[in-house]
Design a protein around this ligand. Structure first.
Ligand SMILES: Nc1ncnc2c1ncn2[C@@H]1O[C@H](COP(=O)(O)OP(=O)(O)O)[C@@H](O)[C@H]1O
Ligand SMILES: [Mg+2]
Length: 400
């Protein structure tokens, strides 16, 4: 493994820490591509398939390899796929098409097995690819005569998750054309390396107490993650969204990277934030108090065994809430900090509401109570992050 330094000016989601697994997979994928062989990389969600392949294709291939990326969905049709690709090809000779002379197209198909099966069990976009694999081309639908178009100098790389949840088993007739390399779930050491490297880089100017506790913090996070995965939070029909993967750990650390070096000097302050981020990432997805209490128990237990801190030291107010809006929205750098005084918190949100109401015609006459403010705060936390998307679930009238 090469030595790796995180560039903290990069946006969090662009940081990719090399691990033994990712280097190995990229090495073999590259070797295959450079020799004109097609590669298929199946593996569970959140194992880094998409990010590793994207990085390989963007930065690590010689210039003559150009990338076309398609992500398949359940609704992708064969015609859409063909039109998208046909658009990029140039005519070389009569009936022969391809990338500009001297170039090669590496076509990256993400989520290969997503397209819905049609009446007879085929996945039309996949059949199109198979036609190219078997006959090196497809028919020109736009021409009246429908002549056969030969297509040269293209190489396919595909990624897909295991069957289930909308993904199908793909046909052997397509599969046999690919070299298959499976991504396995990351080992705990790899996860530790990735996030320790990142958080350590972000907190380079924090106090020594904080810096020396980061290693334990990563291990605690991993233990919580494993308990969430293998403990009582299994997906069942009424909790079908209890699916957790590497992306969730990644979001916890994304949250922690917002810490402020002046306000976070002692481990206990860091741990409050850690509890908050865990509750946002894992806890906000839970549907009842039994599950939420279980999670809080796990978090408190971890803080106790690793740092010897009791619940009453950690919970300096009845709820731990972090946000970056307390100093107002116009300040230069907004500081993500704990809101210790819950009265001020509600007052602040009311102030924002008033400000909003004074500037628009359709006023919102809302009563802001603690739970409502808490929801506002959670939504704000998600959308301030790059690539942050929130989906609010609830019964009608719950105030979404
Ligand atoms: N080596 C790595 N360094 C940093 N983050 C990683 C690494 N590998 C995976 N991740 C993170 O894990 C998440 C899942 O990766 P992704 O490629 O989307 O998974 P997949 O396509 O296999 O479902 C991404 O958010 C990515 O940031
Ligand atoms: Mg993916």
């Amino acid at each position: 493994m090469p030595e790796y330094n995180v560039d903290i000016k990069m946006s969090y989601n662009e940081i990719l820490v090399p691990t033994v697994d990712s280097i190995r997979m990229k090495y073999f994928t590259k070797l295959l591509v450079m020799n004109g062989k097609h590669a298929l990389t199946p593996g569970p969600t959140g194992t880094g398939k998409s990010v590793n392949i994207a990085e390989l294709l963007t930065y690590e291939l010689p210039e003559e390899y150009q990338t076309l990326a398609i992500t398949f969905s359940a609704q992708t049709s064969a015609n859409q796929t063909q039109d998208y690709l046909d658009d990029k090809f140039e005519k070389r000779r009569k009936g022969v098409y391809g990338p500009p002379i001297g170039k090669k197209f590496v076509i990256f198909i993400d989520d290969l097995n997503m397209p819905k099966k049609e009446e007879y069990g085929a996945q039309p976009p996949l059949e199109l690819l198979r036609q190219w694999m078997d006959y090196r081309g497809w028919y020109d639908r736009k021409d009246k005569e429908k002549p056969f178009k030969k297509i040269e100098d293209i190489i396919f790389i595909a990624a897909m998750g295991p069957p289930g949840g909308g993904r199908s088993v793909i046909t052997q007739r397509l599969q046999r054309h690919f070299n298959i390399m499976t991504y396995t779930d990351l080992q705990d050491e790899s996860i530790h390396t990735i996030f320790y490297t990142i958080i350590n880089a972000f907190m380079y100017n924090f106090t020594n107490e904080i810096k020396t506790s980061l290693d334990s913090l990563c291990q605690m996070t991993l233990r919580v993650y494993n308990q969430v995965l293998y403990g009582p939070l299994k997906p069942t029909p009424n909790k079908s969204h209890y699916t957790f993967n590497l992306r969730d750990i990644s979001r916890i650390f994304q949250g922690l990277c917002n810490a402020n070096s002046k306000l976070c000097q002692m481990p206990v302050q860091l741990l409050r934030m850690w509890i908050h981020e865990n509750k946002r990432v894992f806890g906000d997805r839970l549907i009842d108090n039994t599950d939420r209490d279980w999670l809080e128990g796990v978090l408190i237990e971890e803080c106790k065994t690793t740092f010897g801190l009791e619940k009453k030291e950690l919970f300096n107010s009845s709820r731990i809430i972090f946000g970056d809006y307390m100093q107002g929205i116009d300040v230069d750098t907004r500081i993500y900090q704990q809101i210790e005084n819950l009265k001020d918190f509600v007052t602040k949100i009311e102030e924002y509401l008033e400000e909003y109401n004074s500037s628009v015609k359709n006023q919102m006459k809302l009563v802001m109570f603690l739970d409502a403010c808490d929801h506002v705060s959670r939504i704000e936390r998600v959308i301030r992050q790059p690539l942050g998307n929130a989906l609010l679930l609830g019964v009608g009238g719950s105030g979404r």
